[in-house]
Design a protein around this ligand. Structure first.
Ligand code: NAP
Length: 211
């Protein structure tokens, strides 16, 4: 598949890009800094320069799927949560709709089902993510919303727990998150599903087949 990855230079995004390229997908990686282009090519992707706070509609043209793995980051304030975490994700939903891209996978977060119950400093983030997910749910796209626990840099195990009864908390490695995206990408039983993702004991393929 030809896949647009937003947040491709991020800690999770880079692993998603690498895995997709290894699996034979054609990856268009969205980066906002020319200096990131060679690194993306080394991972096997063809970069497109774009900023989620600007015009991004063209970046989805000709793609079969969009993966949103971008975010303003833990150091960013409420304004970036609005323009990147919510606004950027929504712009790419609209870009997918405009260009007939059917598939959209969202890197969401644990806690998004009830932002008001999260720690006060997390609420702008959780609320922005909730609205982005809601926009995707209301679209006509074949979406999958993946809500991982706290992300770690531990090596991947290839084993996870998926949870469709939302409201759990836990951890999961970025490498296992990336593998989950790569496997779910063309797995139709994950279409129109929202689930939490934690480290666990079940091979990713089996965990996803069960939802
Ligand atoms: P990360 O390393 O901070 O990567 C975020 C990426 O988004 C970066 O590559 C960044 O680009 C890009 N980005 C930011 N603003 C942009 C803009 N205006 N236009 C285009 N790209 C932009 O994040 P991560 O640790 O991999 O996490 C990915 C996401 O997972 C988070 O954003 C969050 O929503 C979600 N999540 C995180 C946790 C956690 O424990 N951290 C838990 C659950 C869910 P640059 O490289 O140019 O800065």
């Amino acid at each position: 598949m030809k896949v647009l990855v937003a947040g491709a230079n991020g800690k999770t995004g880079r692993q998603i890009v690498r895995l997709l390229a290894e699996r034979g997908h054609e990856v268009r990686s969205m980066v906002r800094d020319e200096a990131q282009v060679p690194g993306q090519r080394d991972l096997g992707a063809e970069p497109v320069l774009a900023d989620l706070e600007g015009e991004v509609r063209h970046t989805a043209e000709g793609c079969d799927a969009v993966i949103f793995a971008a975010g303003g980051g833990p150091g960013s304030g409420a304004a970036k949560k609005e323009t990147v975490d919510r606004g950027g994700a929504e712009k790419l939903v609209e870009a997918a709709e405009a260009h007939g891209v059917r598939r959209y996978l969202m890197l969401s977060s644990q806690g998004v089902q009830a932002p008001e119950e999260g720690p006060e400093k997390m609420q702008p983030y959780l609320s922005a993510k909730a609205r982005a997910d809601e926009r995707l749910l209301q679209s006509s796209l074949d979406y999958t919303i993946i809500r991982p626990g706290s992300l770690t840099n531990d090596p991947g195990t290839g084993h996870v727990t998926v949870n469709t009864e939302l409201g759990e908390r836990g951890e999961v490695s970025r490498e296992d998150v990336a593998l989950t995206f790569a496997v779910a990408l063309d797995l139709p039983n994950t279409y129109h599903k929202t689930f939490e993702l934690f480290s666990g004991e079940t091979p990713v393929e089996r965990a996803l087949a069960s939802i």
